[in-house]
Structure formats: C-alpha cells, structure tokens
Design a protein around this ligand. Structure first.
Ligand SMILES: Cc1cc2nc3c(=O)[nH]c(=O)nc-3n(C[C@H](O)[C@H](O)[C@H](O)COP(=O)(O)O)c2cc1C
Length: 362
C-alpha cells in the first residue's frame, strides 16, 4: 500500500512515520535530522542535552541554549524539513527550559509524555513561536487523553495530534505493574480503538506506537483509522543513532526472552521500563552491587530520586543511559540498554534510508 502523508493541521510530513524520541542521546540531531530528510518526522530527545552538547561541541551551554542548538543542527541536516523534539514530563527540573529552548531553535513539533503534560500549552504560550509549533501529548488511555484536552482548552488550545503508546514500546511504559501491562484490555489495538473514539469528538489525528515493526503493521493501524505511527526500536540500530556500538550489538544479539520489563529494581520514575536483561548495568543493579549515587540529577521527582533513597526499588537510570551512547563522559560506568519488545527481531545495523524504504513499502 502506498502510504499517505501525515497531516497535522498545516504541517505535512511526506510519510506517516514518526521516529520516537529516544533519550538520552539515542535520538540526537543526527538520527532525527536524517529521518526527517528521508521523509518521516525525526524527533530528538531533550534528555541531558546540556551534557551531550558539551561532549559533542565542547560548549558549556544552559539546558535551554543546548536544546536550541540540537534542534538547529537537526534542522540543518533535514534540509529544512520539519523536526520534532520529545520532552519527558518526568524530567521536571529541565522541562520548561527544554520547551523554551526547542521553541528558540524553531522546532516544528513538541511531543511530550512520561507523565501528564498539562502545563505544556501554558509554557508555549509565552513564546513568540507559539503559533508555529504543533503540540502532541503521549497517552496510554482515552481517559488521560480526555483529561489533557479539557485542561488544554483552558489555554484555548487542543492537542494538534495524539500519540497512543501501548505496552510493547521501548523506554518507560505507562503501567506500574507487569500484570496491568499484560491485560488484554491494554493491548495497543484496544487502546487505539478507545482513543480514536475520543479523538473523533475533538477532531484530532491519532498516532499509534509500541511494537510497530513492519510496513504491514503500519497499514494495519492506518486501516483502523490512525493518521500515522511512531516507531522507536527500529531506528535504534541505525548508523545514525547515538547508541554506542555495544548497545547496538546487544540489540542484534538479544533473544526474545532477554527483553524484560524492569521492576524492583526498576526505573526511579516509578513506571515499568523495558530493558535487555543481560546488559551490564542491569545485571549489576540486580546483584545490588551499585553504590547509591546521584551525581546527574536529571530525574528528580519533587527534588528526590528513588534510586538514591532505596537501591532495592530503583536503579540510577541517568548514569546507565548516558553510558549507553557515543557521547559518554564516563567510560567506567556500565551501559543500561532500553529497547522495545520486538528488539529481538533486529539482526543488523542499517541506514535510516534503508529502514524508511522498507517501512514505506516501496
Ligand atoms: C532506547 C529508547 C529510549 C526511549 N526514550 C524515550 C524518551 O525519552 N521519551 C519518550 O517519550 N519515549 C521514549 N522511548 C519510546 C519511543 O519514543 C517509542 O514511542 C517507542 O519505543 C515505540 O515502540 P517501539 O520501540 O516498539 O517502536 C524510548 C524508546 C527506546 C527504545
């Protein structure tokens, strides 16, 4: 099937494929800029950009300045085609700076989840680029989507589209227990159906995410009524991704049973987090051998990090993720590898152009 473009108000993306934001530093300017150049919507991750820009350019910038630079570099690579940014609500200390920096850099789309992005339109409203940017929340239920619509209406704004992310996705997923995540009622197909119903009321395009791997998967969700899909894991092992060589090889080598939802110890966010279980960082965390340390502080919830309070409940995700990418300033630290549930189906490193061609079905 020839895939139609993704239309988000006046913004038109040649292919209905959004590359999901992957923090920290996996979806940097290089991956996002190339995906956009190849006709999809490339999405950078806002996580730790101050640190990443320092390592990449030797420039000491604030979080806001660094975010603007990363967006501008992605846009240069995309040859002016639209570029998005993913900003996690859970990154409370840098949330506002990341939103404003992305707008300073001229970002076209802000995608925000891992918490409720209730304040996003208020923050955007103060910026001169407020009318140019498209705002897309990530939700995992129609109830939360409806709540966000009602709250955003107070600022005279509705989501320009919505990503509905199911339990097979990489990174954090919306459920707190494995039993809940595995309930048939929480399958992506069911979540998409309920969110489509609510989206009809507000006339908002729906984008499906989590476990989408092939052209046929994309067609399936388009036929259900989605305007597009968001895909993460397939782009993880591209030449253009910021994942370290060890991370990419671990994805290529992993088997189905190696991909698990980490829980106790899990992510200090309090949400389930999908990892390759035999990655060096997670093995160490399981053995409870990690000293309690929090020297990065990106993921403080109300000023606190659960990993610092109780290492049996949670591991220090900031250090693990920053050691799983090329821009690594601490070679002594072990890498934490997050992937989607279909990671075991990947058997080689590819270029973004190859992946986009395969997904487009041409
Ligand atoms: C390594 C990795 C890091 C991720 N980081 C983020 C993130 O920072 N913020 C976010 O909203 N989603 C994140 N995700 C989720 C992706 O954006 C995407 O929605 C999801 O992986 C889709 O499922 P798939 O990997 O099966 O295609 C991450 C996924 C992976 C694999």
């Amino acid at each position: 099937m020839k895939l139609p473009p993704l239309k988000i108000k006046d913004l038109e993306i040649q292919l209905p494929i959004i590359q999901g934001g992957m923090g920290a530093g996996v979806s940097g300017y290089c991956l996002a800029g190339t995906v956009s150049k190849e006709g999809g919507l490339g999405v950078i991750s806002s996580v730790a950009l101050d640190k990443i820009i320092f390592l990449r350019k030797n420039q000491k910038l604030s979080a806001r300045e660094a975010t603007a630079v990363e967006v501008q570099d992605a846009k240069e690579l995309s040859q002016g085609k639209p570029v998005g940014i993913n900003i996690m609500v859970a990154l409370q200390s840098q949330y506002e700076d990341a939103v404003l920096g992305a707008l300073d850099g001229g970002v076209d789309v802000i995608i925000s989840g891992a918490g409720l992005p209730l304040r996003l339109p208020e923050i955007v409203d103060s910026h001169p680029n407020k009318d140019k940017v498209k705002l897309i929340p990530i939700v995992s239920s129609a109830r939360v989507f409806d709540l966000i619509c009602k709250r955003w209406k107070r600022t005279n704004r509705l989501p320009d589209a919505v990503v509905v992310e199911g339990p097979l996705a990489g990174g954090h997923i919306a459920w707190r227990t494995i039993e809940e995540a595995e309930l048939p009622s929480n399958s992506l197909e069911n979540l998409v159906k309920e969110v489509l119903e609510t989206a009809k009321i507000y006339n908002i395009p729906v984008i499906a995410a989590g476990g989408i791997f092939t052209h046929e998967d994309i067609v399936k969700y388009m036929e259900m009524g989605c305007a597009g899909v968001q895909i993460g894991t397939r782009f993880l092992t591209t030449y253009e991704s910021g994942a370290s060589e060890e991370f990419k090889q671990a994805v290529i080598n992993c088997k189905k049973e190696d991909v698990i939802l980490a829980d106790k110890p899990g992510s200090p966010c309090g949400l389930l987090f999908r990892v390759i279980k035999n990655c060096p960082f997670y093995e160490e965390a399981l053995a409870n051998a990690r000293p309690i340390k929090c020297d990065r502080g990106y993921l403080l919830i109300n000023g606190k990090c659960l990993a610092k309070e109780n290492s049996e409940e949670a591991f220090c995700i900031c250090n693990g993720l920053l050691s799983a990418i090329n821009a690594n300033d601490n070679p002594n630290e072990k890498g934490l590898y997050s992937v989607g549930s279909n990671a075991y189906r990947i058997d080689k490193i590819s270029s973004v152009a190859e992946i986009m061609k395969e997904l487009s079905g041409e």
